[in-house]
Design a binder for this molecule. Structure first.
Ligand SMILES: Cc1cc2nc3c(=O)[nH]c(=O)nc-3n(C[C@H](O)[C@H](O)[C@H](O)COP(=O)(O)O)c2cc1C
Length: 166
């Protein structure tokens, strides 16, 4: 892997989020950085998700997801939900359930509730477009966590190629 390419990509600024998904009673949540707004009318967000994640089939079948914005002082949550395996119960008091099923994190800076509109392949990930159908700013005074704050928590450093192709 090329540290120069990994460092280059670290200069792109991302937030850090817990993505909630649900299909009926089956719920999951995982840490994601690849989230962005892509439209005003309608209000759309895009999420890039690895289709091998346990959350992906739940997102597809449930047709909805939540985006829970992490605060700077919540690195433990980014780490916990960024590890594979059962994340434990997504229940009160830490979590509540949104209108469309996906769990919402009560101590997040903010949350968005999205209905999945389009799901398309994007290299080794899937690009999910979500229409924002609800949301709340829970802590206006908080500072959002940035992806750079997480260092190499996701192990992404090892995934970059040695050089550019094409
Ligand atoms: C800081 C950080 C950012 C991450 N960003 C993403 C992302 O944008 N998309 C993605 O698919 N996985 C991302 N991951 C990896 C997932 O959080 C991780 O693989 C998780 O275990 C998937 O959970 P699941 O298999 O239970 O769905 C990120 C992990 C970390 C720690």
């Amino acid at each position: 892997m090329s540290e120069a390419i990994a460092d280059l990509f670290k200069s792109l600024t991302h937030g850090v989020y817990l993505i909630g998904v649900a299909d009926g009673e089956t719920r999951n949540a995982f840490t994601a950085a690849w989230v962005m707004q892509i439209s005003f009318d309608p209000l759309l967000l895009a999420l890039s998700i690895n289709p091998d994640h346990a959350s992906f089939p739940l997102l597809e079948s449930g047709g909805a997801f939540s985006v829970n914005v992490l605060k700077k002082d919540q690195p433990d949550l980014a780490e916990h939900y960024g590890k594979s395996g059962d994340p434990g119960p997504l229940a009160e008091p830490d979590w509540t359930t949104g209108k469309f099923g996906p769990p919402l994190r009560n101590d997040a800076m903010a949350w968005f509730e999205c209905k999945a509109k389009y799901i398309a392949p994007a290299g080794d990930h899937m690009l999910v477009t979500g229409e924002v159908v609800g949301g709340k700013l829970l802590d206006a005074d908080a500072m959002p966590m940035t992806y750079a704050d997480t260092g190499n928590l996701d192990g992404a450093g090892a995934l970059f190629p040695d050089s550019f192709t094409g």
